[in-house]
Design a protein around this ligand. Structure first.
Ligand code: ZN
Length: 78
């Protein structure tokens, strides 16, 4: 078995397929980007399930009301 030295804490460990950047499993777990990636994957899955994300719906209604306001303004002026 091949042993690798962790670049952060210097501990020797057996590298697993998923782990990268020369970090031991403990250091990899404590890295903030690990949790962020997990969260991003969860959010993406949620969007896929629910269809449109809330930001797009808000933007859609905002643009719709803006168009109506412009039309209404021109009608009112004339
Ligand atoms: Zn480590």
């Amino acid at each position: 078995m091949h042993w690798q030295k962790c670049v952060r804490c210097g501990v020797h460990y057996q590298p697993v397929k998923i782990q990268t950047a020369g970090l031991c499993p403990e250091c990899w777990k404590f890295l903030p980007h690990y949790r962020l990636t997990k969260g991003a994957i969860k959010t993406k899955a949620k969007i896929k399930e629910e269809g449109w994300p809330i930001e797009y719906i808000i933007l859609y209604f905002a643009s719709c009301s803006l168009c109506l306001l412009i039309i209404g303004y021109y009608l009112w002026v004339k």
